[in-house]
Design a binder for this molecule. Structure first.
Ligand code: TRP
Length: 336
């Protein structure tokens, strides 16, 4: 039986180098494997809980879609779509809400962390500032996964709990209404690169230390030049381990290239020189995709067409499956 891989990309912000090395590149590589099926989608309904302005939501949807396409996702093979184009997903989220124990959702890490914050800041309302969107985020995510009978869900460690909750909801539904859902499993790859950002902490939107993937060349160079280094002088031997420049280079270079740069560190390469070298190396890799990206952003209709095609393929599955599920709970057109 074919393995079905599914993963969602929350459309919040502009994709950065860390997203590419950690999530986008492995997913695109996997999309070329003939023995698996892929569902990759823009989780734009999930993005709404982050409180972005409509303009930011619009922009990010385009940027994320253009990024995946520019980097070579095979959109004829992988089913690539917007979550919001599949109305059966929020409908399924409701069916699952009616199965999910509230106590289960109370234990979700993201929700618990917010309650904890309210508590430590002396709030007497533990739920202050918490929307139902945030609270029931795992239910919508379960609907994303269960709708397409995914058995493998590639995610970061922070999402494992959500996959377990999806299994729980699927099992409860199956128990009450018969075997409809496939139980999904999280696929966490420890070997995928986690990049550091400008300040040396993990590259992340929440630290505001990211290097965007597709900046104009000059701005891209400027960002690389901003990466924090230490005060070692040119000629002094430098330790590549834990060095942000080295780490980023390593995520985008062959073993031979990496060994070569390791040698340069031992010989005391100047930080300025290493930055220029890193810039040139990355620029070479990103140049062509950057051109495609700029072209796509200039023609959003071309992006829309690809997503529409993906949504058509997805709905060919979600419509009959949703009908089956509604029938199972006792809801179907009266005349049938
Ligand atoms: N919650 C995921 C994240 O923030 C995004 C996501 C939404 C997702 N729906 C999904 C991931 C379904 C995997 C499967 O990264």
């Amino acid at each position: 039986m074919k393995q079905v891989y599914l993963t969602g990309i929350t459309t919040s912000g502009t994709p950065h180098l860390g997203n590419y090395a950690g999530a986008i590149r492995p997913a695109i590589d996997a999309s070329h494997d003939p023995n698996t099926e892929q569902f990759y989608f823009l989780a734009d309904l999930h993005a709404l809980i982050k409180g972005f302005k409509p303009e930011e939501v619009r922009r990010s949807r385009l940027e994320v879609a253009a990024t995946w396409m520019a980097l070579g996702l095979d959109t004829d093979k992988a089913v690539f779509y917007c979550q919001s184009d599949i109305p059966e997903i929020p409908a399924l989220a409701w069916l699952l809400s009616c199965q999910a124990a509230k106590g289960l959702l109370n234990r979700a890490h993201a929700y618990k962390a917010m309650v904890q914050d309210n508590d430590t800041s002396g709030q007497n309302d533990p739920d202050k500032g918490i929307t139902m969107g945030l609270f029931s985020y795992p239910v919508l995510m379960a609907a994303d996964i269960l709708m397409f009978k995914a058995n493998k869900v590639p995610v970061g460690k922070d999402q494992i709990q959500h996959i377990e909750m999806a299994r729980d909801m699927a099992q409860r539904f199956n128990h009450h209404y018969g075997e409809h859902f496939v139980l999904p499993e999280a696929q966490v790859d420890d070997s995928t690169a986690v990049l550091s950002g400008l300040d040396g902490r993990k590259m992340s939107k929440s630290y505001n230390n990211t290097i965007a993937l597709f900046l104009p060349e000059k701005q891209f160079r400027k960002q690389i030049m901003k990466i924090k280094t230490n005060s070692l002088e040119p000629g002094e031997p430098k330790d590549p381990e834990g060095n942000t420049l080295f780490e980023i280079y390593q995520a985008f270079a062959t073993q031979e290239q990496v060994d070569n740069v390791r040698q340069q560190y031992a010989e005391g390469i100047a930080w300025g020189e290493m930055k220029q070298f890193l810039f040139e190396h990355l620029n070479e890799i990103l140049k062509e995709p950057r051109e495609r990206y700029d072209e796509l952003l200039a023609k959003p209709a071309a992006i829309g067409e690809v997503l529409q095609h993906g949504a058509d393929r997805a709905r060919a599955l979600s419509q009959p499956f949703a009908a089956e599920l509604f029938d199972a709970v006792g809801i179907k057109p009266m005349w049938q």
